[in-house]
Design a protein around this ligand. Structure first.
Ligand code: NAD
Length: 288
């Protein structure tokens, strides 16, 4: 049942730049509507320069919570009063809950990835992963997967600005979890081939292969893969990257990043409302 906007309607939303393309208002507002919850979700075009002022305003106004996207996930960590373990280790916040003026930061991208793997039929607990990437998506997956109980994660990335931070995160995870995390530079085809050959899952969390560069692939050919290797890609545009196409041709089980996007939103929704997002309906309507 649709709720009118009233004097008690709770505010949630997204702070980022750009935000106009986001699917988040659709999935959250439809879910509030379906469950008859007295909230609305709006997008605000906010960059790092304005973030602190906006966050203090939202706190003072009693907004229920908000999501952060580029370029605000790291700065929000410094503005929160308390951080979830995953946010503290990764240095990123994509969801804030305003608990009567106390701002608690969470990161739900990794939760979204782990749930998307599980719902695709893959139980990754106790398994070994080769993870490609060290940016926002890769870090979120790395931290959540290690906290959730993967046995070993080998992360590969080019030696760019993300690499050093990756080494620090790996060290924290090795100290605080039972997962064995190691970091390796790309390109190194021999090391990558060797890691993939003893992994249960290969995950691409770089932007390589994303539209419009759909002919790009983070591995050079299918000889890196084998039919019982799970292959996943966090990219959802296109739905089938060159990597996923190559893997499917070989018979590998695969999944893309579409439901990671849905389930990170579902986790935020639950943090704000205490209710489960009606994901089956949302999938049908917006995640085809
Ligand atoms: P980011 O900028 O934080 O990180 C980019 C990563 O790609 C880094 O690891 C970088 O080293 C690597 N990279 C870039 N160019 C490369 C190249 N030429 N060769 C090798 N590695 C290269 O970006 P991000 O936010 O982590 O996003 C990465 C991808 O994940 C994007 O395609 C994005 O759309 C997708 N993503 C999906 C979800 C989801 O919910 N499914 C969530 C976040 C991001």
């Amino acid at each position: 049942m649709e709720k009118e906007i009233t004097g008690t309607t709770g505010l949630t939303g997204l702070l980022g730049r750009p935000v106009a393309h986001s699917i988040s208002p659709l999935m959250h507002n439809e879910s509030f509507h379906l469950l008859g919850l007295d909230y609305r979700y709006l997008c605000f075009d906010v960059g790092t320069k304005e973030l602190e002022t906006v966050v203090e305003g939202l706190r003072a106004m009693g907004a229920r919570g908000w999501n952060l996207t580029m370029p605000n996930k790291n700065l929000m960590c410094e503005l929160a009063d308390e951080l979830s373990p995953a946010s503290e280790i990764s240095g990123a916040v994509n969801t804030v809950v305003n608990d009567h003026g106390k701002l608690i930061g969470y990161t739900t991208d990794g939760i979204g990835y782990m749930r998307s793997a599980k719902e695709a039929g893959f139980d990754l607990i106790g398994k070994t992963m080769t993870l490609l990437g060290a940016g926002g998506a890769a870090t979120a997956i790395l931290v959540q997967a290690a906290l959730d109980g993967l046995k070993e994660i080998r992360v590969f990335n080019i030696k760019d600005k993300f690499y050093e931070r990756l080494e620090e995160i790996a060290e924290k995870l090795n100290q605080r979890t039972s997962c064995k995390v190691s970091v390796h530079p790309l390109p190194d085809d021999d090391a990558l081939r060797c890691s993939i050959s003893s992994s249960d899952i290969l995950t691409n969390a770089t932007g390589v292969g994303m539209a419009p560069n759909i002919d790009a692939c983070i591995i050079s050919d299918a000889s890196f893969l084998r039919p019982d290797l799970i292959v996943s890609d966090v990219i959802y545009n296109p739905r089938e990257t060159k990597l996923i196409k190559m893997a499917r041709k070989l018979g590998c089980p695969t999944f893309n990043g579409l439901y990671m996007l849905l389930y990170q939103g579902a986790a935020s929704f639950e943090l704000w409302t205490g209710e489960k997002m009606p994901v089956d309906i949302i999938k049908e309507k917006y995640f085809k």
